[in-house]
Write a protein that binds this ligand. Structure first.
Ligand code: F6P
Length: 329
């Protein structure tokens, strides 16, 4: 029988993502609606260790749904990776009367949550908050759509100058080890190609793209490149250097979009996703669920064991690769 939950703690961890505030708001308001107290924990797991606790009311989250970043602040916490750090975190939770934890973050943050839940008897509900979209069991993560829109806006601008100068632009985007941002922003911006880790088998993605371009006699091109590297292979500079050496007839340039992809106001899609997921997190706790991540599949909220969400590889839909190849002619 699940202990009656009187107080929850909520934190954001790892890289921030647009929509995290909408998720904090939804969790806080749904919890208060159900007479559950909310403690906002600042700076992710670090705040749990350093007791950076704030009592949250419904008005603590007023005027936040439209704001990027996270009002709780975030961190990548090394101390929490140690048994000693997690023990202190647990003691602080008990002292503050926190019965359950809502963790909003990406793969690393939810892996930490899983470890914490294994060592101590705490119900944890995870919300997928990352621009990378790399969590298994959910069609989308909070922040992914906003980041995609930001990337597309930037690529549209780069396209103007690429066309004017007949240049090939290698535009590097985030995603850590996953190519969702690169692949889908390539489709949405009408790019000529995407170089993603999921396709890095024995095919030379650069040679393949140049060959296709030659056949289509294009003078300028946009290539979205995932930031993922393996043994020094990968990233926009790597491909631009290769063009310089292997295809000197082309004039190549590099743009690294970097952290601007993580900022900005969340899209309507992310605000709605975060609101639904935050609401579902409290509903799940009240049902007695624990150690699950809230996901969305075919527009329905689903519960995914955190262990699966972080361990399983989320595949990229092969149709996306075909669509880009066909449409970039
Ligand atoms: O996981 C989100 C993410 O933005 C990745 O896409 C990227 O590789 C990483 O975080 C960058 O981390 P940091 O902000 O610590 O440089």
């Amino acid at each position: 029988m699940e202990k009656h939950i009187k107080t929850i703690g909520i934190l954001t961890s790892g890289g921030d993502s647009p929509g995290m505030n909408a998720a904090i708001r939804a969790v806080t308001r749904t919890a208060r609606f159900n007479n559950i107290n909310v403690i906002g924990i600042q700076r992710g797991y670090q705040g749990l260790i350093d007791k950076e606790f704030l009592k949250f009311t419904s008005s603590s989250v007023s005027n936040t749904i439209q704001r990027g970043g996270t009002i709780l602040k975030t961190a990548r916490c090394k101390d929490f990776m140690t048994p000693k750090g997690r023990k202190i975190a647990h003691e602080n939770m008990v002292e503050a009367g926190i019965d359950a934890l809502i963790v909003i973050g990406g793969n690393g943050s939810l892996t930490g949550a899983q470890q914490f839940a294994r060592e101590f008897d705490i119900p944890i509900i995870g919300l997928p908050g990352t621009i990378d979209n790399d969590l298994y069991g959910t069609d989308a993560t909070i922040g992914y759509d906003s980041a995609l829109n930001t990337i597309v806006e930037c690529v549209d601008k780069i396209r103007d100058t690429a066309n004017s100068h007949d240049r090939i632009f290698f535009i590097e985007v985030m995603g850590r080890d996953a190519g969702f941002l690169a692949q889908n922003s390539a489709i949405a911006s009408g790019a000529e190609a995407a170089i993603i880790p999921e396709s890095a088998t024995d095919v030379d993605q650069l040679a393949d793209f140049i060959e296709r371009g030659k056949r289509k006699s294009k003078n300028s091109a946009i290539v979205l490149v995932s930031e993922a590297q393996k043994d020094g292979v990968g990233g926009a500079f790597y491909y631009a250097e290769r063009v310089k050496k292997e295809y000197p007839q082309f004039d190549a340039r590099v743009t690294i979009l970097g952290h601007l992809q993580r900022g900005g106001t969340p899209s309507a899609y992310d605000r709605i996703l975060a609101s639904r997921m935050g609401y579902a997190a409290i509903e799940a706790l009240l049902e007695g669920q624990r150690n699950i991540m809230i996901g969305i599949k075919n527009d329905e909220i689903v519960y995914v064991p955190i262990s699966r969400a972080v361990k399983m590889n989320k595949p990229i839909n092969q149709e996306l690769i075909t669509v880009l190849n066909v449409l970039s002619m």
